[in-house]
Design a protein around this ligand. Structure first.
Ligand code: ADP
Length: 501
């Protein structure tokens, strides 16, 4: 086991923690400088200052991490499932104590607002480990009737070393959805963090490594083409689990197919929200605020970026949504009074602004621009974007068909329920959908007809441990967050027959 990490409550600033983590990866239970010694800079999106250098793991560094994980798996897989579960639960209890410092680290590297986003993420992160620690004994097999003299059973076995590739928008939560079930099922893991957000993930794993046996959970940082590809292609990686863009997901699928290994892909979305005329409009507006993840600058795969509002309540809904958005304060993400922080990177900033310009150029379209930009001069280089609600943009418009991953949504009026369902489904994506109505017939019809992996009626909650989460169409392959997803995606079923004759 590694030595104790710096204790919680030691009042280390997030920048001091970054100094502690700089240039390092976590392999074999220890924070180490990788052999290649390559690094890359990481920025605070709210100021664009460099906060530190992260290790850029090269192929040789990936090779050593996977080898360590492979060796550690030999013992980990044979530990009683209940003991593995207990260790994962202990990780959750310990992570609870570090929630505040992890939240600050997430905010420093992602620019997400501390109170509305990072603190919530740090809490759900620990809870995901708690959930999976509690279901370790559910790795059950079956007895199959065969003949009186034979006993035919199945057992669940781990797959081996899992390569987990994660993005920057909710780095801790998305890591936990992969790491927790993989470990509980008896696999060991090598995580490749996102270039933009390597530190919170590394710190969290350092904390967990005071409990886990060395080599069970390893963390590398680096880019996609070098570090990510080396991990996916490594011969000892027996499963890849990925969250990110469709384009990268396809590449990972292709590279994994060369080795014939299973893959889970959680990709993008262009999620519809349908609001019927019979609802409490104020409640639906609150739902849209939550679902569009405006406090996270819309950087969410499930963001309700197409809101279909019945024409009878359209103006009321638009005015109400604008008013609610204008109440949000955009500013220093570390300030607890701030509601909305910055977007992640200059590339993403430019991409969002280009989509907004594209929408504005559409004849008949209006961009309702909300919330003031921060006035604080220390944030003058920060990557802030004013949230935009488009009206007058048809569903078929590029802005309404492509994932922007920014604070941009469109309100589209409708009159006929069957037609609005067709429009909602007119997308290459199928991650999430929400339907707001008090009409039971419409609700049932909607939940059956909407093409999405996650459909909600009269609420817009996000991933919940226990409920399967994952998309259809271009939104991905496979599910996460549940018992079934652990069994389906992190184990295989071995069939065994005893002949007692
Ligand atoms: P985003 O646009 O959100 O950065 P990406 O899909 O490009 O989405 O990145 C998500 C994660 O996938 C990141 O950790 C990134 O480094 C990784 N990645 C990018 N390209 C590859 C690749 N070719 N192979 C493996 N991982 C990759």
């Amino acid at each position: 086991m590694s030595s104790s990490p710096i204790v919680p409550g030691s009042n280390l600033t997030p920048l001091a923690l970054v100094k502690h983590l700089e240039n390092k990866v976590l392999v074999g239970g220890q924070l180490i400088i990788p052999a290649s010694k390559k690094t890359f800079p990481v920025h605070n999106p709210a100021t664009m200052e460099v906060i530190g250098q992260a290790a850029h793991a090269q192929k040789e560094d990936v090779d050593s991490a996977v080898e360590v994980a492979r060796k550690a798996q030999r013992e980990w897989r044979h530990m009683d499932a209940s003991s593995r579960g207990r260790l994962i639960t202990q990780c959750a209890e310990l992570l609870d104590q570090y929630q505040d410092e992890l939240a600050r680290l997430i905010t420093l590297e992602t620019g997400k607002a501390l109170r509305t986003e990072s603190q919530v993420e740090a809490k759900v992160f620990a809870n995901t480990f708690r959930f999976y620690g509690g279901i370790a004994l559910e790795m059950k097999g079956e007895t199959i009737p065969f003949s009186d003299s034979m006993l035919s059973i199945t057992i669940r076995e781990p797959l081996g070393v899992v390569g987990a590739i994660i993005p920057w928008n909710v780095p801790l939560l998305l890591m936990s959805l992969k790491v927790a079930p993989a470990l509980v099922a008896g696999n060991t893991v090598v995580v490749k963090s996102a270039e933009e957000a390597p530190f919170a993930v590394l710190r969290a794993a350092e904390i967990m490594n005071t409990i886990l046996p060395p080599g069970v959970l390893n963390i590398l940082s680096g880019d996609g083409p070098i570090t990510g590809e080396a991990l996916v292609k490594h011969p000892s990686i027996s499963k890849v689990t990925f969250t990110g863009s469709v384009e990268t997901g396809k590449l990972i699928y292709k590279n994994s197919s060369e080795k014939l290994i299973p893959v889970t892909l959680e990709l993008g979305g262009k999620s519809p929200m349908i609001v019927c005329e019979d609802v409490d409009v104020e409640k639906a507006i609150k739902g849209a605020m939550a679902s569009m993840r405006f406090t996270r600058q819309g950087q969410s795969c499930t963001a309700a970026s197409r809101i279909f509002v019945h024409e009878l309540i359209f103006d009321h809904f638009l005015e109400g949504l604008k008013a609610k958005l204008n109440e949000l304060k955009m500013g220093d993400p570390m300030d607890p009074t701030t509601d909305i922080g910055a977007v992640i990177s200059p590339e993403q900033h430019l991409k969002i602004l280009n989509y907004i310009e594209m929408g504005k150029k559409e004849p008949g379209a209006t961009a309702h621009i909300c919330s003031d930009l921060p006035k604080d001069s220390k944030l003058s280089k920060g990557l802030f974007v004013q949230p935009v609600i488009f009206t007058g943009l048809p569903n078929s418009h590029q802005v309404n068909q492509e994932e922007i991953f920014g604070p941009v949504t469109a309100l589209i009026p409708w009159r006929d329920f069957d037609q609005v369902i067709e429009q909602a489904n007119d997308s290459t994506y199928g991650l999430a959908a929400t339907l707001w109505t008090n009409n039971l017939t419409r609700a049932l019809k909607g939940v059956h007809q909407l093409e999405a992996g996650f459909v909600q009626v009269n609420q817009n909650i996000v991933v919940q441990p226990g409920l399967s989460y994952g998309g259809v169409k271009s939104s991905g392959l496979g599910k996460e967050a549940s018992l079934e997803s652990m069994l389906e995606h992190f184990t295989h079923k071995k069939t065994i027959i005893f002949n007692m004759d």
